[in-house]
Write a protein that binds this ligand. Structure first.
Ligand SMILES: [Mg+2]
Length: 313
């Protein structure tokens, strides 16, 4: 188990989706880390000239569970009024993109489904093209819309899956459910273990909570199967965002509250990253080997910092 939780495991997680499509990587991911900023007042300066678009993580950046983060709505409205290309990039698998559009609307943020990139949407799209058999989806009912047109196994099946998809089931996880996922993998050695993101935890309304990664790691360990990751920190997921915006990764600024999946994942894919001190941020995040290019007190600081470092905006 210890071995699975090493840096190498996370580096492999960033590669796994690439390998499925393109064969094994030929070298280590490029790390574009630069020195850590002096603090929350650091300006988006050094690399500002390269930045053309923004990727917003949602939970912990725009809102904490059901509470809007102060200034987030105004920041998104500023980005929209300035015409800065942007996407909302989230590992949330408890809701569909349609649900997320509604959630943003409640906070006063106008968005459409095409502006939201989720692991469920990416995985469902891939499954439609791979289509080698039945899908066992361990995701919350609200998120099943994305998979509705796929051949889903009954929820009590213990055999017959070509794909075992693991998302954030939250408190719907129990031993029986986790063991059913294991049995599906065990009985079909060719079955693929698909992870909807590899986020370790998130800040729920009642406190820090396990996300999908701990359950994926448990199943990977028990089955000896390597997960195919759709979502952060997979490099392919960030590159898909860049492709959708028609830009090079280096022109994108990823804004997130997760030093590992948001900042580390984005940097490994060639993006620049800003860490916000909201959501699940902890002061010790700044002591890690991963160094964000920028640190913001919250996403509310973005217009001032972006404008402060750029002459052409
Ligand atoms: Mg987050």
């Amino acid at each position: 188990m210890k071995e699975l939780l090493t840096k190498n495991f996370w580096r492999d997680v960033k590669r796994t989706f690439d390998e499925a499509h393109e064969g094994p990587a030929t070298g280590s991911p490029t790390n574009t880390n630069v020195s850590a900023p002096a603090g929350a007042t650091a300006k988006v300066q050094a690399t500002a000239a390269e930045l053309r678009a923004i990727l917003f993580d949602m939970d912990g950046v725009l809102y904490d569970a059901d509470r809007s983060i102060a200034g987030a709505v105004e920041t998104v409205q500023w980005v929209q009024s300035e015409g800065i290309p942007h996407l909302f990039v989230t590992n949330t698998t408890s809701q569909s993109r349609a649900d997320l559009v509604c959630k943003l609307a409640i906070f006063g943020i106008a968005a459409i489904e095409a502006e939201i990139l989720t692991p469920s949407a990416a995985a469902a799209e891939w499954l439609r093209t791979d289509a080698k058999g039945s899908v066992a989806a361990f995701i919350r009912p609200a998120a099943r819309k994305e998979f509705a047109d796929l051949p889903l196994l009954p929820e009590d099946a213990e055999r017959g899956a070509a794909y075992v998809v693991i998302g954030d089931l939250g408190d719907l996880w129990d031993y029986r459910t986790l063991n059913r996922a294991f049995r599906l993998l065990y009985h079909h050695p060719e079955a693929k273990l698909i992870a909807l993101g590899m986020t370790r935890s998130w800040m729920a309304a009642d406190g820090i909570a396990l996300d999908a990664a701990p359950f994926v790691v448990a199943l990977a360990h028990a089955s000896g199967r390597k997960p195919l990751v759709f979502g952060k920190p997979s490099g392919a997921f960030f590159r898909a965002a860049a492709d959708r915006l028609g830009m090079a990764p280096g022109q994108l600024l990823m804004i997130g509250d997760d030093i590992e999946t948001d900042v580390g994942g984005a940097q490994a894919a060639g993006l620049k990253a800003a860490l916000v001190k909201t959501g699940k941020f902890r002061a010790t995040d700044l002591d890690q080997a991963i160094r964000p290019e920028f640190v913001l007190d919250s996403v509310a600081d973005l217009p001032r910092q972006w404008g402060g470092g750029r002459s052409d905006v």
